[in-house]
Design a protein around this ligand. Structure first.
Ligand SMILES: Cc1ncc(COP(=O)(O)O)c(C=O)c1O
Length: 381
């Protein structure tokens, strides 16, 4: 289809919620190609989704094989691969029980319901600049006023406190707080790393007040930080962890994983598609691939860190942020022109979330292009 045709059709028939102006038609590893056949190194990776790169052969095989056996059967029956995946997720998170859904926001919804169910309390606390999803519950605990306020009143009730400020959390928490929802590193905000000790303090404040600590690892989890979970870079044990994005290499899936004793009762929760055979097969294959690349993540992160030192980057494994202010869009455009896809997160921050399988050569090429674009905007410090 000609470029202008799909633009026109999209403009005519698709709700105008997204800003976009190119189509990616093919991907392999850390490379993608647009509708004109132009190649890019993909430092967006579906926004931290394509963890194993595009179309990893093991993931493709798992999906193809499973699709020849059974595509869907309902959770009325035991689902092929589901218990194997639950076991795997329990092992890699160090938690006990799993519920599978289809997206990050659904994982948030499940976590909020579960916290209410277990504590018998109603309200939540979340943090400034935090992002937890776009459905009503996910939005209720998402900070950004511009995307939340048009849809108020929202449930559950949520108070927001400054990310990194444990004293404010201590003041805000009360006997009705079911849970505190926190990202161990804030992705949508532009890769904001909390001050040392903050997550431990959140843990302690939750314990002192009988609230659950819900750690959103939708973006930071599944190996991106160099550990299976970003929270595992501290010694903090969460009560509930949410996962999605990188869990199944782009096949839609979300999960919540909770510690022993925190679980839904029969009939409390459910999902038609959640934990279906194809998604579980894709996730199991994805985890196998991540197991092999996980030890390489710190070295790759270091390579980005060294290359970008002049720009004060925030590097948390392969979750990398650089503050560039209003020049973000121009830098993104220049990178794209020169064959590298990057993304602008909130508040003028470049965010890089490449596939975990990105090679050193690809990192070097991407860094060169990004460095040139930053330099062209006079950002070299
Ligand atoms: C930390 C975090 N939580 C939740 C979500 C929502 O995930 P989804 O878009 O799959 O609903 C996102 C998406 O960007 C996220 O980054």
């Amino acid at each position: 289809m000609q470029d202008q045709d799909f633009r026109n059709k999209d403009a005519r028939y698709y709700m105008p919620v997204f800003s976009r102006d190119m189509m990616i038609t093919r991907g392999q590893g850390s490379r993608v190609w647009d509708a004109d056949g132009k190649e890019y190194i993909d430092c967006v990776a579906g926004i931290a989704v394509c963890s194993t790169g595009h179309c990893h052969p093991d993931v493709v095989s798992a999906i193809c094989e499973q699709s020849r056996q059974l595509i869907h059967c309902s959770n009325l029956y035991y689902v092929p691969h589901q218990a194997d995946l639950a076991e795997k997720l329990s092992h890699i998170t160090g938690l006990a029980r799993v519920f599978l859904c289809n997206s990050g926001t659904e994982a948030t919804e499940g976590a909020l319901k579960l916290a209410r169910r277990v504590t018998g309390r109603r309200s939540f606390i979340a943090f400034s600049h935090g992002f937890h999803g776009r459905t009503m519950g996910g939005l209720a605990v998402t900070h950004k006023p511009g995307i939340r306020e048009p849809f108020e009143p929202l449930e559950p009730k949520c108070a927001f406190v400054e990310y990194g400020d444990s004293e404010s959390l201590r003041k805000a928490i009360n006997h009705d707080t079911a849970g505190v929802v926190v990202e161990p590193v804030q992705g949508e905000a532009g890769v904001i790393i909390p001050p040392p000790g903050f997550l431990q303090e959140v843990r302690e404040i939750c314990d002192e007040n009988g609230a659950l600590m819900i750690v959103d690892e939708v973006q930071s989890g599944m190996g991106r930080s160099g550990k299976w979970l970003a929270i595992q870079r501290s010694s903090v044990q969460p009560d509930i962890v949410t996962l999605a994005k990188g869990i199944a290499s782009g096949f839609p899936m979300g999960a919540l994983v909770a510690r022993e004793g925190i679980e839904f009762r029969k009939g409390d929760h459910g999902s038609t598609f959640g934990g279906g055979p194809l998604a579980c097969a894709a996730a199991l294959a994805t985890i196998k691939v991540i197991e092999t690349v996980l030890p390489t993540i710190p070295q790759k992160a270091e390579r980005f860190q060294e290359a970008f030192t002049a720009y004060d980057p925030r590097v948390f494994g392969l979750l990398i942020g650089i503050t560039v202010g209003e020049k973000c869009a121009a830098i993104q455009q220049q990178c794209r022109k020169n064959g590298v896809l990057i993304n602008c997160a909130a508040d003028g921050n470049i965010r890089l979330v490449p596939p975990l399988v990105i090679t050193n050569e690809e990192i070097d090429r991407a860094v060169q292009v990004i460095d040139e674009a930053l330099g062209a905007q006079g950002l070299h410090r």
